[in-house]
Structures are given as structure tokens and as C-alpha cells.
Design a protein around this ligand. Structure first.
Ligand SMILES: *Cc1c(COP(=O)(O)O)cnc(C)c1O
Length: 379
């Protein structure tokens, strides 16, 4: 089945009791049993809920995976992956990482004895050089946030397979419409469903998808045993959201490319980070690895002063100043003081994340209006 058909139909059956075409919101905590242990597959809503099951199956299908699991947030999904490991285990992650992922690794799990190495993954040698017999996982995020760097998923998974290490990919920025890491050999795909999958800025959720039965069993156990599950109302909203994922993504990509080209030609802009531009270092790899280049971009102002960046963001009207991304409406943010404030300045500078960097989540409004808004704010 092709992507657009899966986005609308996969994992979803008419409701067995009424024939309702949309999966109902099963707002219930428990399910009545005929006799002890004799039930219809549902016992207690932390363990299973029919609305969540439909969504989990739909998300698995979109990533070409056999098993899907939903969590209360993207970070709860990441938390579940990290709970697979034990003190002394080592994890290699990309240095250009979502701030919250860095924070859960450094500030929560390091205290429980996991050992993290953050490396620049534009060269495979950097990863290979860190591998020891304790290495259990390589964690990739591509495109990265907020510099939109591209990591070669297949090269990393090949290395992981050689060394017998799991590879997990945070696929939030791309969405399953643009790339499917399981097809390139990844073991786990993670999503902040909050972003493009939900797509309407109205819920917080995470997901993990895998083809590995053993991993799926362990992750299911962790999902139930630690309980960070999403409610049925949110699952319903996301089920509705993913039906238009392909259509939304096409417009996000179209608008972002036009804006990136416009910004690149602007005299007050010194640099644009967008993988769809031939000037981007990851352009060739992104062209191979992704179906299109996504709706996220960032840029730096020539003036290079913190105040100038603040001025532009305060003067944008259609681009709302807010964290998050991937919704139908355009957002702008200042990574150094917002999403990435939990990464020490020294570390930020090392990865090239300047104080003047502005990140845009390009929405699906009319692109002429978005460009006019940028024009009046940048001047
Ligand atoms: C938002 C985000 C997360 C965290 O997801 P939440 O749903 O906010 O917990 C992880 N990775 C990336 C790339 C994100 O953008």
C-alpha cells in the first residue's frame, strides 16, 4: 500500500460494536471481564486501550514497522528506550541533539550509571572510535535540530550491525512521510508525535516503532510497568491528524524551500540552514535519503547581534514566537534561549549553535504572506 492510502486506512477498522468509521474515544479506565481472565483482549487502560491500539498500529504502518507503541510524550518514549539499558552500558548520541534528549541523558540517566558519548556524526570514524564492548546503542537524530544537519542513517546502521549495537533514530523532524529509518536498518524509530504526526499543535505524545519482536516485548513491558501512556482523547486527535500527514508535508516542504531561497538571497541574512538548498553541506545526502527536505529551517543574521535577532522575532506576526514545531501554523524560535537553553553555552558554541540563530517551523499558510511577514520583520 502506498503512503497516502496507509495514512488514511492503516491500522483502522470500523468500530466492531457500531460500525463507526472513526475509531471512538474509549474514555474508560477498565474493561468488564466475563470470568476472571476471560475478556475481549482489554483488561485495564494503562495496559491497552482500543483507541491507542488503533493509533499504534497506524503509526507502525507509516514507518513500515511491525510494532508501534505510544507514550505520554516524545521524551517518555525516549525514556522507555533508555530503560532498556543497565548501569555501565554505553550509548553514543549525536552532539547536535534535541535539548530535552540531551537533558534526559545527562541529567537523569547518567546518575543511574548509563554512560553517554556525544559525537559529531558527519564522520563515521567519530562513532567507530567511541565503540567499546560496553556500547549498546547509537542514537541518531536527522535532520538535526536546529542546524538541520543530515546524518547518513544507512552508514550508521551498517556500522551498528557490524558491531552488534542497536541503532535508534529520532525521526521527528522528517516525519514518516520523508524517510523510514527501519527500511535503512534502524532497530527503533522514535517520534515526538506532538510535532508533524499530530500536526495541529493540540496534543503532546511520543511513539516508538520497531520490527524487532524481542525489543517490542521489552518496550511493551516498560510501557505498562512504568505507565507513561497517552490518554484516548489525544490518541483520537493524532489518528485524525495523520490522515492528512502526506498533504501537509508536501505543503510544508514547498513553503520551506521557497522561504529558504528567499532568505538566502536577502542581504541581511548571512547563512541559511536548509537541506533543500544546494549550498547546504548535507544536500546530496538528504536528496538520497529523504523524499523531500522538510518544513524546518534556521538562519543567521549578518548583523550578528543578539538584539537584532530579538528584534526580528518580536516583529514577526504570522510566525508566532513559540517552542515546538510541525503544526499547520508557522512558528519562530530562538534555540539558544528556548529549546536549547538546557545545553551549556560552551557545548552550544562547539556545535555551531550561535546566539543569533533563528529557527522557523514553516507552516502551510500561503507562502506569499509568510515571505511578506519575514520581509517586514527583517527590513
Ligand atoms: C519535541 C521533540 C522531542 C521531545 O518530544 P516531546 O513530545 O516534546 O516530549 C524529541 N525530539 C525532537 C527532535 C523534538 O523536536
Amino acid at each position: 500500500m502506498k503512503f497516502a492510502t496507509k495514512a488514511i486506512h492503516a491500522g483502522i477498522e470500523p468500530d466492531p460494536s457500531t460500525g463507526a468509521i472513526m475509531t471512538p474515544i474509549y474514555q474508560t479506565s477498565t474493561f468488564v471481564q466475563e470470568s476472571p481472565g476471560k475478556h475481549k483482549g482489554y483488561e485495564y487502560a494503562r495496559t491497552h486501550n482500543p483507541t491507542r491500539t488503533a493509533l499504534q498500529n497506524a503509526l507502525a504502518a507509516l514507518e513500515n514497522g511491525a510494532y508501534g507503541l505510544c507514550y505520554a510524550s516524545g521524551l517518555a518514549a525516549t525514556d522507555a528506550v533508555l530503560k532498556l539499558f543497565r548501569p555501565g552500558d554505553e550509548i553514543i548520541a549525536t552532539s547536535d541533539l534535541y535539548g530535552g534528549t540531551y537533558r534526559i541523558m545527562k541529567r537523569i540517566y547518567e546518575a543511574y550509571g548509563l554512560i553517554f558519548h556525544f559525537v559529531d556524526m558527519s564522520h563515521m570514524d567519530n562513532i567507530a572510535g567511541m565503540v567499546t564492548d560496553k556500547t549498546k546503542l547509537v542514537w541518531i537524530e536527522t535532520p538535526t535540530n536546529p542546524l538541520l544537519r543530515i546524518i547518513d542513517i544507512e552508514a550508521v546502521t551498517n556500522l551498528c550491525k557490524q558491531k552488534g549495537i542497536y541503532c535508534a533514530v529520532d525521526n521527528t523532524f522528517a516525519s514518516p512521510y520523508l524517510q523510514n529509518p527501519l527500511d535503512s536498518g534502524a532497530d527503533i524509530v522514535m517520534h515526538s508525535v506532538t510535532k508533524y504526526l499530530g500536526g495541529h499543535s493540540d496534543s503532546v505524545m511520543g511513539a516508538l516503532i520497531t520490527n524487532n519482536e524481542e525489543l517490542a516485548k521489552q518496550l511493551q513491558f516498560i510501557q505498562n510497568a512504568t505507565g507513561a501512556v497517552p490518554g484516548p482523547q489525544d490518541c483520537f486527535l493524532v489518528l485524525r491528524g495523520i490522515k492528512t500527514l502526506h498533504v501537509r508535508m508536501q505543503r510544508h516542504c514547498e513553503n520551506a524551500l521557497k522561504i529558504a531561497q528567499w532568505l538566502e538571497a536577502h542581504p541581511k541574512v548571512s547563512k541559511v540552514h536548509y537541506p533543500g538548498l544546494p549550498s547546504h553541506t548535507g544536500h546530496a545526502l538528504a536528496s538520497r535519503q529523504m523524499k523531500d527536505f522538510g518544513g524546518m529551517l534556521s538562519f543567521e543574521l549578518r548583523g550578528d547581534s543578539y538584539e537584532e535577532a530579538m528584534h526580528v522575532m518580536e516583529n514577526l506576526h504570522l510566525f508566532s514566537l513559540a517552542e515546538s514545531l510541525g503544526g499547520v501554523e508557522s512558528l519562530c524560535s530562538h534555540p539558544a534561549s528556548m529549546t536549547h537553553a538546557s545545553i551549556p553555552k560552551e557545548e552550544r558554541m562547539k556545535v555551531g549553535l550561535k546566539d543569533t540563530l533563528i529557527r522557523l517551523s514553516v507552516g502551510i499558510e500561503d507562502v506569499d504572506d509568510l515571505i511578506a511577514d519575514l520581509e517586514q520583520a527583517i527590513g
